[in-house]
Design a protein around this ligand. Structure first.
Ligand SMILES: *Cc1c(COP(=O)(O)O)cnc(C)c1O
Length: 415
């Protein structure tokens, strides 16, 4: 990757950018929300579209000179409709959190009620955590997963909804390894006469490829991030039926944003085109298969998993079951030492602070993009287990680091 123009102006930033490419090449990226976009998406995001103001929507802009911008945004919208089958799509939210904000602004008034999953059980800040705008503006109650099984407890959600009478129920999660039964959440929303927002930030790509059931056509609103499993560069998206189109569009602009990030929308258009290729279905299927193999490998090493396995792209290890004294943070740091990058994560029934946590979350989207197959992933699972089992042994960690480098070299990235 060449940064000649940057280097001429700003060697400090050029050094950091080059070092980041090296870091991405020479580590195993297992943060479940991350992925590697194609060089085509990178080019789109680095294009001159960053220069253009385009407040408004295709065909109705507040600025002149938008003919090419309109082409790009219209393509992004059409491709998203094809990928997810939504009636209406807004591709302007700057990220997944902004997409959620757009939906809240479209249908809620300050003081209205949100029912969503607790952050420590796999929810997201933008679902109404008290430090987030949603927690400050709205009245929020939260549901939890079943502490015994790690699965969503749909009966509890139903009862909670009937009792709390929320204006909106939020489903879709950051650290839930199982399939979500959207219809069951919709039943709770119907019973409470509430809207239903399904936030598929993590699983956009799995849903598009048919590897996870789709909430489109079930929930009133579907939101997502575009840089996670769908691999289309940093950004957000809102989908809904035609009846909510105007409310959503005017919530995004003028409600909460100014000019759209057109270079990122170009990235979305290109990434969505890539995702419409049949090869993307193979990618999504391999991502899920790899997560299953990772889960089995962990279990073979005696590790406990939240919900006992996975149906998605991620595995949540509950370290308390095998390593009482190893915190999520300890594991995260030891793994980073050997070149495996993932994050500490809270687990249901968490007893430690969220910064320390008792679990780790490991995802397969990025490694699968790099070409890792089931055998490679089994090796990765073995290396993770070995590191955690020998967390204070520098000799073992040096050996693991060598094997990590070998795996990276076998699966090149951004050549
Ligand atoms: C990642 C995520 C988001 C959005 O995050 P951004 O960083 O704002 O794109 C929203 N909801 C869930 C459930 C997520 O996991």
């Amino acid at each position: 990757m060449e940064y000649d123009h940057i280097r001429a102006v700003d060697p400090d930033v050029a050094d950091a950018l080059e070092a980041e490419v090296e870091r991405e090449r020479d580590t195993l990226e297992m943060i479940a929300s991350e992925n590697f976009v194609s060089e085509a998406v990178l080019e789109a995001q680095g294009s001159t579209l960053t220069n253009k103001y385009a407040e408004g929507y295709p065909g109705e802009r507040y600025y002149g000179g938008c003919e090419h911008i309109d082409t790009v945004e219209s393509l992004a919208i059409e491709r998203a409709k094809e990928l997810w089958g939504a009636e209406h799509v807004n591709v302007q939210p700057h990220s997944g959190s902004q997409a959620n904000m757009g939906v809240y602004l479209a249908v809620l008034e300050p003081g209205d009620k949100i029912l969503s999953l607790d952050l420590t059980h796999g929810g997201h800040l933008s679902h109404g955590h008290k430090v987030n705008f949603a927690g400050k503006l709205y009245e929020v109650e939260q549901y939890k997963v079943d502490p015994e099984t790690g699965y969503l407890d749909y009966d509890e959600i139903y009862e909670h909804a009937v009792e709390f009478e929320p204006d909106i129920i939020v489903s879709g999660y950051s650290a839930y390894p199982r399939q979500v039964e959207w219809e069951r959440i919709q039943e709770a929303a119907d019973a409470a006469d509430a809207y239903h927002l399904a936030d598929i930030a993590h699983i956009t790509g799995l849903v598009a490829a048919g590897e996870h059931p789709s909430p489109v056509g079930v929930a009133d609103f579907v939101t997502g991030s575009t840089h996670k499993t769908i691999r289309s560069g940093r950004g957000g998206i809102i989908m809904c039926d035609e009846e909510y189109a105007d409310a959503v569009d005017s919530a995004v602009i003028p409600g909460m944003q100014g000019g759209p990030l057109m270079h990122n929308i170009a990235g979305k258009a290109v990434g969505f085109k890539e995702a419409l290729d049949p090869e993307f279905e193979e990618y999504a299927a391999q991502t899920v298969e790899n997560a299953k193999v990772l889960a089995e490998t962990f279990q073979n090493h005696g590790f406990g998993l939240v919900s006992g396995g996975t149906d998605t792209h991620l595995v949540l290890v509950d370290l308390r079951e095998s390593h009482e004294d190893v915190t999520g943070k300890d594991a995260e740091e030891a793994l980073e030492d050997v070149g495996i990058v993932l994050n500490a994560n809270t687990v249901p029934g968490e007893t430690r602070s969220p910064f320390v946590a008792s679990g780790i979350r490991a995802g397969t989207p990025a490694l699968t993009t790099r070409g890792f197959d089931a055998d490679d992933i089994e090796r990765v699972g073995d290396l993770i287990a070995r590191t955690i089992n020998h967390i204070d042994d520098d000799d073992v960690k040096a050996e693991v680091a060598e094997e990590v480098q070998a795996l990276c070299d076998e699966n090149p990235l951004y050549e």
